[in-house]
Ligand binder design. Structure first.
Ligand code: PBG
Length: 320
């Protein structure tokens, strides 16, 4: 093996064109999913623009803009007018996400419509399932998640993404969808979703902070990676079509481990706190947002993610 001075790795770093020729990881807008929040009225977010919300009417203007930027996939989150103990707004035929889906489906047949299937934005207590004896009841929640997924697909969703972390939800969703005749609808499972401090800005935007306790009884302990592989294994056995790791940057090793253990498409969710950290640092003059975002997204892809859910998706489409 040759070494210095015959070998000089700087030779291929000399110019931008040379660096581009040997670049191992490239960002492509078709690998990105943009989160959209829909609520009773539009509400801009000056600090964190991607966490602003749209009314059903304004949403279609946004979709138009995204398609114009060459983007092809969105994930929808709903903020309902009213919440209750059972999160009934999540599975109401005229719920906020269902109405948004109907509008978008008709006008934009080519836009991939993914929905986040979870009760936390719809429950008065803010937990991702129904409460029995002070705890989130797993099996009673499954039935409601199944109803939610079916109502989304009836309204026009292409893909459902369960994010609640109940045991058995992928199997429950598959069964509910198949029974309703939706055998062709894919399930992208948030398989390894950690109980993370980085969801803060999302919970503010979606008004889904738990009213008591926390989510550590169902979301994963950030200390564990073998458990993440078990979660993925179970979701694959329950027929998940793709796996999501979330958050992304604190879990690049988990993305890599899942990539090496499974042949399903692997997704990473670059969450609200990861976006907010860079935004805040950039606003304070500590770093350049665009460079930091591109470096972060490249690292997530390099770790093994095929697709990335990110609040920078729209900016990225302009930067590329
Ligand atoms: C719903 C859900 C959450 C996120 C995605 N789906 C919130 C949570 O689990 O508390 C977080 C996304 C983000 O922070 O960007 N359960």
């Amino acid at each position: 093996m040759s070494s210095f001075p015959e070998t000089r790795l700087r030779r291929l770093r000399r110019t931008g064109a040379l660096r581009s020729l040997v670049r191992e990881t490239k960002l492509d807008r078709s690998d990105f999913v943009y989160p959209l929040f829909v609520g009773p009225s539009s509400q801009a977010n000056d600090e964190l623009p991607a966490l602003g919300r749209f009314s059903v009417d304004d949403l279609s203007r946004e979709a138009e803009e995204l398609l114009g930027l060459g983007l092809s996939a969105v994930i929808l989150f709903g903020i309902p007018e009213e919440k209750d103990d059972e999160g009934s707004g999540a599975y109401a035929a005229d719920g906020i996400v269902q109405r948004a889906l109907k509008g978008l489906r008709e006008r934009y047949p080519d836009l991939v419509l993914i929905t986040d299937v979870c009760l936390c934005e719809y429950t008065s207590h803010g937990h991702c399932g129904v409460i029995e004896n002070g705890e989130v009841a797993n099996d009673a929640t499954l039935e409601l998640l199944g109803r939610t997924a079916v109502s989304h697909v009836e309204a026009g969703a292409d893909v459902v993404a369960p994010s609640d972390m109940m045991d058995g939800r992928v199997g429950a969703l598959r069964e509910a969808l198949d029974e309703a005749g939706f055998e062709e609808t894919a399930i992208i499972s948030y398989a390894a979703k950690y109980a993370s401090a980085f969801y803060g800005p999302f919970r503010e935007a979606a008004e889904s902070t738990p009213a008591f306790g926390d989510r550590r009884g169902y979301q994963m302990d950030p200390a564990n990676v073998r458990e993440a592989l078990r979660e993925c294994e179970l979701d694959v056995a329950e027929s998940a079509d793709a796996l999501i790791i979330k958050p992304a940057l604190p879990n690049l090793d988990v993305i890599r481990a899942v990539r090496e253990s499974f042949d399903l498409p692997v997704a990473a969710y670059n969450v609200s706190g990861e976006y907010a950290m860079v935004k805040a640092a950039a606003a304070a003059g500590h770093l350049d947002e665009r460079a930091a975002a591109l470096e972060s997204l490249t690292a997530i892809k390099r770790a093994g993610a095929d697709l990335v859910f990110s609040y920078w998706t729209k900016d990225l489409a302009r930067w590329l």
